[in-house]
Write a protein that binds this ligand. Structure first.
Ligand code: CAA
Length: 283
């Protein structure tokens, strides 16, 4: 099946990154969120990120202009019904995602593929509550979307082959690399990355190192582009905690126990860059 129109649900850092790369690859994008402010901020963010790519010679100005024209926004979820492919990138809460799919479903065309950018929620379970489990998949981008090369593609138990192939072709057209992951908690990237971040928080909690020494050790000692605490702030501490809880609940092993300090930061509303405060202070 040929995909040309892509609906993106959620205009946050993942949603606007997805709209950005899809539009640059020539897809028509319709992005939705619950407030006009969120949509306006997303468009401004995409504009700024593309302008930076132009200034660094990564893309031509004409390509940016054409891509920006391909991105439409709407507050009406039902408008996404005409899409060939929908990528949900809303809040990482199962009840929220489920409610979105329920509201959207009556408006969809029969052939529309539904996907979720969830970083850890079961694709099989999300799919089972829709009218199209065979045309449902995990389509998981990494942050920042315009920069990161990988997309995890996760089949639910019922996902059919044409759906997988169609999504794979989209990833190819983006010039990104698809990693096929089975539907188990955290898939591949977060199954490995989050326990490392959680362990870094334990390292801080137990006083083995301070924020700076932990991050510097992993940057200079393991060649990571960002230290684990800086990366946690970048991803969002609430997201990190949510993923650790999914690993802990789903795999029932104490090695995935979220660090109490991570929980405390989230309870304090110190969620990282997005709230200006996390392991670092951005104010
Ligand atoms: N849009 C477009 N381009 C962007 C961008 C964005 N949002 N953010 C950064 N860039 C570009 C910059 O323009 C720059 O381009 P050039 O190479 O052409 O100069 C390049 O990325 C590097 O950016 P900076 O020079 O500003 O900064 P940096 O060298 O420190 O790199 C980084 C920034 C790419 C984010 C790097 O630190 C990095 O790779 N960090 C690790 C990111 C990571 O691990 N992401 C995965 C998180 S896990 C996840 O996403 C899954 C999940 O479910 C939680």
């Amino acid at each position: 099946m040929s995909i040309q129109t892509i609906g993106v649900i959620g205009a946050g850092q993942m949603g606007n990154g997805i709209a950005h790369v899809m539009a640059l690859a020539g897809y028509d994008v319709l992005m939705t969120d619950i407030s006009q402010e969120a949509l306006d901020a997303a468009l401004a963010g995409i504009d700024g990120n593309m302008a930076r790519q132009v200034s660094r010679g990564k893309i031509a100005e004409a390509d940016m202009t054409a891509a920006m024209k391909r991105i439409g926004t709407t507050l009406a979820l039902s408008d996404l019904g005409a899409s060939d492919l929908v990528i949900e990138a809303a809040t990482e809460r199962e009840s929220v995602k489920q409610a979105i799919f329920e509201d959207l479903q009556p408006h969809l065309q029969p052939h529309t593929i539904l996907t979720s950018n969830t970083s850890s929620i079961s694709i099989t379970r999300l799919a089972s509550r829709t009218d199209r489990p065979e045309r449902f998949m995990g389509f998981h981008f990494m942050n920042p979307v315009p920069v990161m090369q990988l997309v995890e593609l996760i089949r639910g138990i019922a996902t059919d082959e044409p759906t997988y192939t169609a999504c794979r072709e989209v990833v190819d057209r983006l010039g990104k690399t698809a990693a096929s992951a089975e539907d188990f908690p955290g898939f591949i990237v977060n199954r490995i990355l989050m326990p490392m971040i959680n362990e870094a928080v334990y390292t801080l909690y137990e006083g083995v190192g301070n924020v700076q020494s932990i991050d510097q050790s992993m940057k200079l000692g393991a060649n990571h582009p960002m230290g684990p605490l800086e990366l946690a702030d970048f991803i969002g501490l609430d997201t990190c905690l949510a993923i650790m809880n999914v690993l802990h609940d789903g795999l029932a092993d104490t090695k995935y126990r979220p660090c109490p300090l991570l929980t405390k930061y989230v309870e304090a509303g110190w969620l990282g860059r997005k709230t200006q405060r996390g392991f670092y202070d951005y104010r």
